[in-house]
Design a protein around this ligand. Structure first.
Ligand SMILES: C[S@@+](CC[C@H](N)C(=O)[O-])C[C@H]1O[C@@H](n2cnc3c(N)ncnc32)[C@H](O)[C@@H]1O
Length: 338
């Protein structure tokens, strides 16, 4: 049977980047995607940008993905090499869980038994990957949170008959991952996989907007300010080596005008503020529009002209306006369709 379905992320993941893709598309370096290129994503998470790249860029000859979360990477590897085995375990889990619908106590008992089993980490790789997907689909808000002992501790979510086994998508993902090299470890190890024409996309755990607001503990080790600085040093190194990169992060200055942490850190690169919606906040009222940062080390064909000085000229329009960086006449301004 040929597999024609388009691969999409198989997990819910904090900071999933589906919302940001149209902004990322605008800053992509056109010269790189016209030629054969290597795509490298050192903080892959659920891979929203990875799958978009794999589906839309035929010149993407090779991709390299990495994450520090061993259980996540085991799941990627299992889908790549043992998709059918994984599907058969997921079908059993889905059948058993759906059969408990209507009995909250039994559903909970089942969920916490599977969570305990997952935390023992004694199943073989496909069983462990199936538990990982099961927990992701049935837990509260698709969170991945572990304690210091690397024990997953998210409570059950309130979903009725959630999809646990999306067979077509798992097969499509497995197919798409055949040209992807899958690594587990710190983001810096991806450097040795960069080739002549390489594009990196970094989506690190975001710097929290306040002590309590943001969620950034995907793994047992925290991604603090020193880690953000280490990442910037890595980006500078890539720049020196002439590799392209795009990075997203929270806009701490949007929250507190005096917080210039990223503006200072990336002062030598291009910083754009884009609007993005977050869905990880448990309180729906706090899930509103926020700005995020998109930073890169190259000038794209089009840059926004809406800086503070000329913003007023365009208040009658409701679309974003972009002009070529060589100061094109106004009649050549490109209007982005939303
Ligand atoms: C914001 S999430 C990425 C979200 C992803 N772009 C998506 O669409 O789902 C950040 C990821 O970085 C990983 N991570 C944290 N510290 C890391 C490190 N030092 N090296 C590599 N990955 C790390 C986390 O496990 C998490 O999956």
């Amino acid at each position: 049977m040929t597999n024609t379905k388009i691969a999409k992320p198989f997990l819910k993941w904090a900071g999933g980047k589906t919302q940001l893709i149209s902004d990322i598309e605008k800053v992509l370096p056109s010269d790189i995607t016209r030629l054969n290129f290597t795509y490298i994503e050192p903080f892959v998470g659920s891979g929203a940008v990875l799958f978009w790249m794999l589906n839309n860029f035929p010149n993407l000859k090779k991709a390299v993905i990495n994450d520090i979360n061993e259980d996540l990477i085991n799941t990627y590897k299992t889908i790549t090499t043992k998709a059918k085995e994984l599907i058969s375990i997921l079908e059993i889990l889905q059948h058993e869980f759906h059969n408990l619908e209507g009995n909250e106590d039994n559903k909970k008992l089942y969920y916490y038994q599977k969570r305990e089993l997952y935390n023992l980490r004694q199943e073989e790789t496909s069983g462990q990957a199936a538990l990982f997907i099961f927990l992701n689909r049935t837990c509260f808000n698709g969170l991945y949170r572990v304690n210091r002992k690397n024990e997953y501790n998210v409570p059950m979510g309130g979903y009725k008959k959630p999809t646990i086994c999306d067979k077509e998508n798992i097969l499509a993902v497995s197919n798409a991952l055949q040209k992807v090299e899958i690594l587990c470890g710190d983001f810096e190890q991806t450097l040795s996989y960069a080739e002549q024409n390489s594009l990196f996309y970094f989506d690190p755990p975001y710097k929290p907007l306040s002590e309590t607001s943001s969620f950034n503990s995907y793994a047992k080790d925290e991604f603090n300010d020193n880690e953000q600085i280490r990442l910037k040093d890595f980006c500078s190194k890539l720049d020196t080596l002439n590799h392209y990169w795009i990075l997203s992060n929270s806009d701490v200055k949007g929250k507190d005008i005096n917080d210039t942490f990223f503006d200072d850190l990336y002062a030598n690169f291009n910083i754009r503020r884009v609007s993005a919606r977050r869905s990880i906040n448990a309180n729906p009222e706090k899930r509103g529009e926020l700005t995020e940062l998109l930073i890169n080390n190259f000038t794209s064909d089009y840059i926004p002209i809406l800086d503070d000085a000329n913003k007023e000229m365009f208040t009658n329009f409701d679309k974003s306006y972009w002009v070529s960086k060589q100061n094109s006449p106004i009649d050549q301004v490109k209007i982005e369709s939303n």
